[in-house]
Write a protein that binds this ligand. Structure first.
Ligand SMILES: *[C@@H]1O[C@H](CO)[C@@H](O)[C@H](O)[C@H]1NC(C)=O
Ligand SMILES: *[C@@H]1O[C@H](CO)[C@@H](O)[C@H](O)[C@H]1NC(C)=O
Ligand SMILES: *[C@@H]1O[C@H](CO)[C@@H](O)[C@H](O)[C@H]1NC(C)=O
Ligand SMILES: *[C@@H]1O[C@H](CO)[C@@H](O)[C@H](O)[C@H]1NC(C)=O
Ligand SMILES: *[C@@H]1O[C@H](CO)[C@@H](O)[C@H](O)[C@H]1NC(C)=O
Length: 475
């Protein structure tokens, strides 16, 4: 594979802003309320500003094009260089004096409007903060979700009752890679989005837990799980009128990691219509439909936070530890870099505590294993280590809101041999910008039992909100 899928997406943030603006406009056209003008005018303004910005960058783009065409190297490296040059040419230096609060306790102060205004648009880790935030505030006021009653029934005569109940302690380390699935449910049940009035709901939540099925003695296997899910959908569609009313298009379920990937395989309408909130979000995953389904951040359960190591206290260039036999790309990585003293690459466990690797390193690799996704991305974000993503076709969480190129580095799998070159060509100033942006987006990758604004739960709910009202059969 030689296409650089992410690099293309990341090198066009302006275009994404335009798309977001346009989508907003389309929706507004259906509204007749006076309020619409408040939205319409800024949307035009955004389009105008975006066009002006693109025009003003045009000479640089042309210049870089002509200079890269003369260079050697693979195509994706060229794109990478273009992106780097563009970034350097933008006025990010004014940001370095800003104090980014990485304590994690000042959730809202980091997002204060004054800080965001100081950050020029081109340096911000958001495609368009104002547009996102205005719609997000509307979501807080209006989003309503109905959850099927199994979530609280605890039917003593059913052996499957606990599959639907919230997990008693999702931060138990045994929950591991499945944490996000439980964390979503717990936060949702404590959020104001829950409604007892299904006729007012934008969405319907099917509360089965893939992880609970995986641990259930009567289910366990991928095939029993998909049978159970198919039967469940048959049951709710005969007991309640909501499924048939939308063909399941306003229904969703949550799953994270391995066995959940095939959960919808035995019910064709579930698979085609319902929304899957899933960590296994790859454009090449058989049952993942990009744009319909939602990429869920995969997060490892943690009970406490520690203070971040600042950039100057990070003396290793790169950290990676994991099962190398899980993919060819990991094996290649080990072969290439295991003798390099600036790289800490471990097959299996590191020779020191795992977290230490994230704390002492500048860059932490997320390398495709059996899956495109792992908890390593959010581990890196959690410990303030810039994620380096080597996992082609990974549909990154919240990529329609967050500009991943402003707080991570994406490397095409075909370019592993260039890894050191790519990382050492990042200037110190660019690194500090990445770090500061990472601090700003950290809150979006955290789950809370009682949800906190802009956390992983709210960001995920916002993804649902963007998909509301699209496919109703009856009103
Ligand atoms: C670079 O792109 C050109 C044209 O798009 C293509 O012919 C060539 O094979 C690509 N090279 C690599 C190394 O991907
Ligand atoms: C984080 O900030 C809070 C509030 O100012 C403070 O009480 C706490 O000690 C800080 N934590 C660390 C680890 O610095
Ligand atoms: C409880 O579970 C049993 C066995 O599956 C079932 O027959 C019964 O209808 C369930 N009760 C309720 C209230 O759903
Ligand atoms: C929904 O449609 C299915 C299939 O057509 C039907 O069997 C079921 O009874 C319907 N449900 C309701 C509540 O009418
Ligand atoms: C790394 O060191 C080992 C053992 O010293 C050696 O066999 C191997 O060829 C070296 N690998 C590279 C890529 O230099």
């Amino acid at each position: 594979m030689s296409q650089p899928p992410y690099v293309i997406i990341h090198s066009e943030p302006m275009l994404l802003c335009t798309i977001l603006g346009r989508r907003r406009l389309q929706r507004v056209l259906y509204q007749t309320s006076w309020n619409a003008y408040f939205v319409l005018f800024p949307s035009f303004a955004v389009l105008l500003i975006t066009s002006l910005a693109i025009l003003s960058l045009w000479p640089q783009i042309l210049l870089l094009k002509s200079s890269t065409s003369a260079e050697e190297g693979t195509n994706s490296t060229k794109v990478f260089k273009v992106r780097e040059n563009l970034k350097e040419s933008l006025p990010c230096s004014s940001l370095l004096g800003l104090n980014c609060d990485c304590n994690g306790t000042h959730q809202s102060s980091v997002l204060s409007p004054s800080l965001l205004q100081t950050k020029t648009k081109s340096c911000s880790p958001y495609h368009n903060w104002e547009l996102f935030n205005a719609d997000y505030q509307e979501m807080l006021k209006k989003l309503k979700i109905f959850v099927y009653p199994d979530v609280s029934m605890n039917n003593k005569s059913s052996p499957f009752a606990r599959i639907f109940l919230p997990h008693p302690d999702p931060t138990d380390p045994k929950v591991g890679n499945y944490f996000s699935e439980h964390a979503f449910k717990l936060a949702f049940l404590r959020s104001p989005f829950v409604t007892q009035h299904p006729e007012k709901a934008h969405f319907f939540f099917m509360p089965f837990s893939i992880n609970a099925m995986r641990n259930h003695p009567l289910l366990r296997s991928e095939s029993s799980i998909s049978n159970f899910v198919a039967k469940y959908v048959l049951r709710i569609s005969s007991e309640f009128m909501f499924w048939n009313a939308s063909g399941g298009a306003d229904h969703f379920y949550v799953c994270c990691h391995s066995v959940g990937r095939e959960a919808a395989s035995k019910h064709i309408i579930l698979r085609n219509n319902a929304i899957q909130l899933t960590c296994s979000s790859s454009y090449f995953q058989r049952l993942y439909s990009a744009h319909k389904d939602v990429a869920l951040p995969q997060v490892w359960p943690r009970r406490s936070d520690k203070v971040l190591n600042p950039p100057n206290a990070r003396n290793k260039l790169v950290f990676f530890a994991g099962r190398v036999q899980n993919s060819g790309i990991r094996q290649q990585l080990l072969t290439l870099w295991r003798n390099d003293t600036s790289f800490d690459i471990f097959s299996g466990h590191p020779s020191y505590p795992y977290e230490e690797g994230f704390r002492r390193s500048k860059y932490c690799l997320h390398v495709k294993g059996y899956e495109v996704n792992t908890a390593r991305v959010s581990d890196a974000i959690h410990y303030g280590c810039i994620p380096v993503l080597i996992s082609n076709y990974y549909d990154l969480p919240f990529a329609n809101i967050l500009d991943w190129s402003k707080f991570s580095i994406v490397v095409n799998q075909a370019d592993v041999a260039l890894l050191k070159h790519i990382l050492t060509s990042v200037s110190e100033q660019t690194y500090l910008n990445l770090y500061q942006n990472l601090c700003m987006v950290r809150k979006h990758f955290k789950w809370h039992a009682d949800p906190v604004s802009y956390d992983a739960f709210h960001m995920t709910a916002y993804q649902l909100w963007l998909r509301r009202g699209l496919h109703r059969l009856v009103t």
